[in-house]
Write a protein that binds this ligand. Structure first.
Ligand SMILES: [Zn+2]
Ligand SMILES: [Zn+2]
Length: 162
């Protein structure tokens, strides 16, 4: 059974939060932006800009490529999205109302899985204390092969030996 994170606690509507952020910066929420933000926050997942562009094209959303990139950057700046770099790809995920967690990254298929263990936070705090450092966040990524890729790779190796 994969580990399930607790359901996100909603502290208000992300679209409203984003509109507030834009207003603060002298901008207003356009219709394509609203549709895009609603789409992004409809489900929790890790996604790349390329994947998001493909998805919205399939769904028939009329949002230009430039708007997608601009909106993503602003959502990060507004604290609604977070970026994670996994080797050579940058993934976005919800930062708003979603609990802290860490990741497993498959270097073969690019799959990203989430997990959360309280001991990691305790370790972070202990190390920070020892270095008189005020910890705010941490990144811990386990890179390797997911189960399917590991099985496929050992099968390939066995074939090579025959
Ligand atoms: Zn994999
Ligand atoms: Zn995540």
């Amino acid at each position: 059974m994969p580990f399930e994170l607790p359901q996100a606690e909603r502290q208000g509507d992300p679209v409203e939060k984003f509109a507030e952020y834009l207003a603060l910066h002298g901008m207003r929420l356009t219709r394509p932006q609203r549709e895009l933000v609603e789409y992004i926050f409809r489900y929790h997942d890790h996604f790349t800009a390329t994947k998001l562009l493909q998805d919205i094209q399939q769904k028939g959303l009329k949002v230009s490529r430039a708007t997608v990139y601009r909106t993503l950057a602003r959502l990060v700046d507004a604290g609604l999205l977070r970026t994670h770099r996994f080797e050579n790809q940058v993934a976005y995920e919800h930062a708003y109302g979603y609990p802290e967690h860490d990741h497993l990254y498959c270097r073969n298929c690019g799959k990203i899985e989430e997990f959360s263990v309280p001991e990691l936070g305790e370790l972070r705090d202990r190390v920070a204390r020892e270095h008189r450092f005020r910890a705010e966040t941490h990144r811990f990524v386990i890179t390797g092969l997911c189960e399917e890729c590991a099985i496929a790779s050992s099968r390939r190796r066995r074939v090579d030996l025959i």
